[in-house]
Design a protein around this ligand. Sequence first.
Ligand code: ANZ
Ligand code: ZN
Length: 811
Amino acid sequence: MYSTKIDEKWQKKWEETHIYKFNEDDIKNKLYVMEMFSYPSGSRLHAGHWFNYAPVDSWARLKRMQGYNVFQPMGFDSFGLPAENYAIKTGIHPSDSTEKNIATMEKQLKSMGAMFNWENEVITCHPDYYKWNQWLFLQLYKHGLAYRKNAPVNWCPSCNTVLANEQVQEGCCERCGTEVTKKDLTQWFFKITDYAEELLQDLDKLDWPETTKAMQRHWIGKSTGTNVTFKVVDSDIEFSVFTTRVDTLFGVTYVVLSPENKLVDKIAKEQYREQIENYKEQAKKQTEIERQSITREKTGVFSGSYAINPINGRKVPIWIGDYVLNTYGTGAVMAVPAHDERDFDFATKYKLPIERVIDGGDTLPYIEHGKMINSGEFNGLSTKDGKKAVTKKLEEMGLGSGKVNYRLRDWLVSRQRYWGTPIPVVYCEKCGVVPVPEEQLPVELPYDVEFSPDGKSPLLKSEKFMNTTCPHCGSPAKREADTLDTFVCSSWYYLRYVDNKNSEKPFDEDKINKMLPVDMYVGGREHACMHLLYARFITKALRDMGYLNFDEPFLSLKHQGVILGPDGQKMSKSKGNTISPDDCIKEYGADVFRMYLMFGFDYTEGGAWSDDGIKSMSKFVDRIERYISQSKEAIEDTKNNTKTSMDTPEKDLNYVRNFTIKSVLTDTNKFQFNTSIARMMEFTNELSKYLKIKNKNIKFLEDTIIDFVKILAPFAPHFAEEQWELLGKKYSIFNEKWPEFDEKALVKDEIEIAIQVNGKIKSKINIQTGLSEDEIKEISLSQENVKSAIGNKSVKKIIVVRGRLVNIVAK
Ligand code: ANZ
Ligand code: ZN
């Protein structure tokens, strides 16, 4: 009987024989399969991890049996807030709890029986990894892609740290859900915006889910428009606005600066200053999300100054309003209330003129495209042509030009937390910012640090860490106290896996350029605009520095769905609806658990857990075991069996066998594990029928069983390995070739049958052998002659005489 004993037996054997060791001499058949590495949390491996990893392992096993040389590494994304917060709560040092959690999770992962290449493991909180994380920082710095600036940044008051834009979701912290505020801080950034266009363009090359690509496109947010220069009246100050609707330039009735725009102080007239100062204070309290809201009531104050519209020389008032963001475009907009909703609301509220310059519709604002009106020489042009013509004119006048903007912002990487990679920089009174020389890496994270949160970097409190000497001039210097965002660790771990023991370099270039890109990457869709964007950026940056010869890290990407609790709710300890993988495998074995995950859910959709589901999967595995053992008995008892012909029962089973080989292959290739297993179930039904027949073709049965165990192997690896051994076959089934299907067997034989209605033959048709009775009935009833013979009588009975005739009784 299949049980965890079998799991353990084969796990041991696989480990002892190094069967899944990657063959470095066979790179041309390499297949780099990677699942997102996990965070070593105290709550152990959950059903979601299993759902991410086990089916992908089955996919990879099938590939292996097709001759691929599979590389499937595993590791731990082990820096980060949860360990630190846990430490604050319990006093257990993050390093200690993390090491313990990793040990537990490694054991659990091993109980899955996946082909992980543990010898290539990467643990990001170990100095032999974060040393190279620091190296990466230094390379980016050297190439102008890491810089420091003072800026209003997102601050999570609960996590006590700044967050990258990507980590703010609908105004809240991606980790803890607390509303994010703004703080002016000097922070380190990575210049991902240098790659905005390439990050956008290359999405087209990727075999990724369309929704994920769309999210990245949206996040990058390319916008094509025009910068238009306005001169301030009675001054030599000028400023630009960014607009995507320069065809509405004649309709500008005022302009708006963001409250943070540096020009505000320069142009504000004396009698308005106090009001403006108050307004600036008030604007600080609003989040960018609130400020961008279409529905929120617009607010603003007049500056007292005017600007000149370059296209018609018209004088328009300059206002200050917080619906203009300082972080986008030029931090200033030209307002066209007739054709823009926010401008319309603002103009209505402050009684500013509204002038239509685009024809179409009766209502205002009219925000669609149309023909230009009230626009002088441009009248009659369409929006599309008008944008070109007006931009051209502005360019000729030297008062504007075409401009592309991106919504993407640089990646803020400093964190005011302890449990992360120290940023390898020192501050010297004489030399300023000095990067730590590469040969002095790693800058080790000290163990003894007071990390209770007070909004400042915990490392500041470690004198021993902070005080150092300048690598440049030798005078006393201070270290950077912030640590790196953990997304920096995960932005390049797929490179380190390949050469994880290299102590000279982060990786050997020859090695990784042969092994990468990753062929298949699988993980949660929540990483669409964070990890998956950062990793693409880092790959491109390292390529431009000459380390890599490829443009994209992950050629194919898939997202697994979410496994919900039996109640259809997200699993959580507080709801008491979690499923423990440990308990499941203890009760049913790893392969039953794995098969249930593959059969019970659509891989990309997930769904609610069902106890009945896993029970019936367990029964299915028992049935397979019974049939194999019955087959084995029949095979061993060859005395009475001398049949060598392939008659109808053999042909029927042979059809299903070949159909199963073909469908499992195509479906599994598409990550359709549930239908793959459904085909295997159909196969076992057919097999059970055949086993009941007295006169069997034993050679055929044996071949069929061998094929079936091979088909099953990727999906139930321990169980199949055991059955393989019981059949007397040579270790290991995973060194066998995946069976090939015979196209000929998939063409069904046809026979002619007669269809009678009330005893009279009405039709003769050819049907495939092996159809079920229901299928034959359905085909018979659909024949035109039969239908008219039945007319409006009702069918009382249908008798199917297999292979000959169908008799329909109608009254
Ligand atoms: C005049 C205009 C007239 C506009 C019209 C739209 C419709 P996307 O597509 O997101 O790039 N805008 C520019 N900079 C802004 C900022 N810093 N804060 C808030 N809004 C800003 O949007 C570009 C449009 O958003 C620009 O085109 C500008 O308003 C506004 F009938 O200019 B438009
Ligand atoms: Zn110095």
